[in-house]
Design a protein around this ligand. Structure first.
Ligand SMILES: Cc1cc2nc3c(=O)[nH]c(=O)nc-3n(C[C@H](O)[C@H](O)[C@H](O)COP(=O)(O)O)c2cc1C
Length: 350
């Protein structure tokens, strides 16, 4: 029977309306980025990785900002990292109380700051601890637990495959997400979809796939090629929530400039709500290039806009700078933008 990305499925008893998922993205995947993915059709969104220690010790910003869940983003999965089962159990309990539907454990992060604590990809070295951490999250929260992991630490090493088998056999995980690159590759290089397909076939739990899904075609091919239960969009979704709509079949056309600028304004509003004007203004500087890239225009125009946005003293100025990029008819109500002359205004959709 042929499967479709739009088919509903269940993960540990949680019904997920389709098979297109927002991947965990550190420093990015907060409630409003997840909500944005949901607004555009994602069936599930996973949070940025959150330290189980920070939750356990009650770090205020972690517990208020990183555990904030919007009522419209369910089902939502919160990703935790950590290597101490007791700490994980307590943190998982707090995450359940915050309203998460699923907990994902990070066993793939290659960053030394995380690995040197024994967490992230370092857990691939210690299958017994990996299982104990997953069990603790499950028992501590009562929620379904998934694990996102790599296939190994470095080329030629299949430790991730061993850990995947042990986790699946332990009965502690409702599913696994495979990023079929070695941790030493970080996020570069071709994902090994053949290895992922073998895991999909061999493991007794649903296997999701992440890696290299930059466009709708690449995502559909990986879904077909691996037989994965669902796909996780990561870098391909940055500044491009329309990729979710394309994959769930609710739209095909690329967004117009007006739609892009409207979306940027939604992101700015949400970031200000999330962290206040001053911090949002700085935080959003990493978001702007993703949207600028989609606006079209010449490289020179994009560079001018980029430089101006990086220096914008507040988010009102940032909105103004994006507004200049709107088609001429949108400026009819705002002649000050038409008069600014900063950029040549193009009217075609991009
Ligand atoms: C900026 C950035 C942050 C990431 N943060 C996390 C994270 O917090 N947890 C995690 O499991 N993976 C994280 N990843 C890995 C992604 O979830 C994904 O597996 C990876 O980018 C491969 O997908 P892609 O090639 O489609 O981007 C991150 C990747 C990037 C680029």
């Amino acid at each position: 029977m042929s499967r479709s990305l739009t088919d509903p499925w269940t993960l540990g008893g949680v019904t997920i309306p389709n098979r297109v998922v927002l991947a965990p993205l550190a420093g990015i995947g907060n409630w409003f980025v997840r909500l944005q993915a949901k607004r555009y059709g994602a069936g599930l969104a996973v949070s940025e990785m959150v330290s189980s220690h920070a939750i356990h010790y009650g770090n205020v910003r972690t517990c208020t900002e990183l555990l904030r869940i919007h009522p419209d983003e369910h089902p939502v999965s919160v990703q935790l990292f950590g290597a101490d089962p007791d700490v994980m159990a307590h943190a998982a309990d707090r995450v359940a109380a915050a309203g998460a539907d699923i907990i994902d454990i990070n066993m793939g992060c290659p960053v030394p700051k995380v690995c040197k604590t024994g967490a992230g990809a370092a857990l691939l070295e210690d299958p017994a601890r990996a299982v104990a951490v997953a069990r603790a999250a499950h028992e501590g929260s009562g929620l379904p637990v998934t694990v996102k992991l790599r296939t190994g630490l470095r080329p030629g090493d299949a430790k991730g495959v061993t850990v995947a088998h042990e986790l699946a056999a332990s009965g502690e995980v409702a599913g696994l997400c495979i990023h079929p690159r070695h941790a030493s590759q970080r996020h570069a290089g071709k994902p090994d979809y053949a290895l992922a397909a073998k895991l999909v076939e061999d493991l007794p739990v649903p296997v999701l796939i992440s890696g290299g899904l930059r466009s709708a075609d690449l995502a559909r091919d990986a879904f077909e090629q691996t037989g994965a239960e669902a796909i996780l969009l990561a870098r391909g979704s940055l500044g491009n929530p329309w990729l979710f709509s394309e994959l769930v079949g609710t739209r095909e056309a690329a967004p117009t400039r007006e739609e892009i600028v409207t979306e940027v304004n939604w992101v700015i509003d949400s970031a200000v709500d999330h962290m206040g004007e001053e911090r949002a203004n700085r935080y959003l500087r990493k978001f702007y290039p993703w949207y600028i890239e989609r606006l079209g225009g010449t490289r020179g125009e994009q560079a001018v806009l980029q430089a101006a946005l990086q220096q914008a003293p507040n988010t009102s100025k940032a909105r103004e700078l994006f507004h200049v990029y709107l088609p001429a008819q949108s400026h009819a109500q705002a002649p000050e933008y038409r008069a600014s002359g900063l950029f040549s205004v193009q009217t075609q959709p991009v």
